[in-house]
Ligand binder design. Structure first.
Ligand code: GUN
Length: 282
């Protein structure tokens, strides 16, 4: 069974569009997301365009602020402080990665935690790990929604997450744990990675390498969630971290790339923006 994030996103976005219209009627303005893009990286430009398009489709006000690669750290931090203070801005997202001379850590920590729609602020991360109310990071949140919508029972399952980044690996492992899976966090230097993966009933791969997971690493009937966004070195086409053609016949469920996890990330960003707005307005 192919789990389509695209399909689920269409449904969730239609529901959110209705909610936004109701909220706008109730509070007199729509939610407002500000996206900051520093530099011209084509991948980042494309992500930022996708976020703006999603906002427009839902009736969420959105502003993209572009700054040149040469912008100073202080200029970006000062811009964020102004947006933090702006009562008409509900969500702030700074597209990563940033140029080397700008500290991502400082930028993320400067965004008000109430407007941190990415869920990257240290106080949001701490709240997640302490089981407090928090803004969930978009990709991990989207993965859990996909699993539930596909009817995959998470509780009691053995889950293996390959990857330990702050953006995906660590938080998705935490969310699976909170849903009562037993979770192993593996990575590129895990010994016997094949054996570890073969023990997985749910395998989440977020390593950023094309065809990193091969068919011999997947147990028959496993649920495979592919978070990778790579270029296939042979065809130049977009591809994930798993060898999709070889694994699709073995897996009980699998997410394609594109059209799997990716659309859910943007959908959850929209949800987080609406949530920040509601928290502010209520
Ligand atoms: N770059 C790649 N993914 C993300 C994301 O989820 N948020 C931000 N801000 N930048 C990214």
């Amino acid at each position: 069974m192919i789990i389509s994030g695209k399909e689920l996103s269409v449904k969730l976005k239609a529901e959110m569009a209705e909610e936004v219209a109701e909220l706008k009627a109730k509070y007199g303005r729509a939610p407002h997301l500000v996206v900051i893009l520093v530099g011209e990286d084509p991948g980042s430009v494309s992500y930022v365009t996708g976020k703006a398009q999603a906002c427009n489709a839902l009736g969420i006000d959105n502003t993209t602020i572009r700054r040149p690669e040469s912008a100073t750290e202080e200029e970006i931090l000062s811009l964020i402080r102004d947006l933090n203070a702006d009562q008409n801005v509900d969500g702030i997202l700074v597209q990563l990665p940033l140029p080397k001379h700008i500290s991502e850590e400082k930028v993320i920590a400067t965004i008000s935690k109430e407007k941190d729609v990415d869920g990257f602020h240290p106080l949001n991360v701490a709240a997640l790990w302490q089981k407090d109310r928090c803004i969930l990071p978009c990709t991990p949140k989207g993965i859990i929604k996909l699993l539930k919508a596909a009817g995959v029972e998470i509780a009691g399952k053995r889950a293996v997450v390959i990857g330990r980044s702050n953006i995906v690996g660590l938080p998705v492992a935490k969310l699976l744990l909170d849903n009562n899976a037993t979770v192993t966090i593996a990575h590129s230097r895990t010994q016997n990675l094949k054996e570890v993966c073969l023990g997985a009933e749910i395998l989440v791969v977020a390593i950023g390498r094309p065809k990193f997971v091969t068919a011999d690493m997947v147990a028959p009937g496993a649920v495979v969630i592919d978070v990778g966004v790579n270029r296939d070195p042979e065809t130049g086409k977009l591809c994930g971290d798993v060898d999709y053609a070889a694994i699709e016949p073995i897996a009980s469920h699998i997410t394609p790339v594109p059209g799997g996890v990716g659309p859910m990330t943007i959908t959850c960003l929209m949800e987080n923006t609406i949530q920040c707005y509601k928290n502010f307005m209520a």
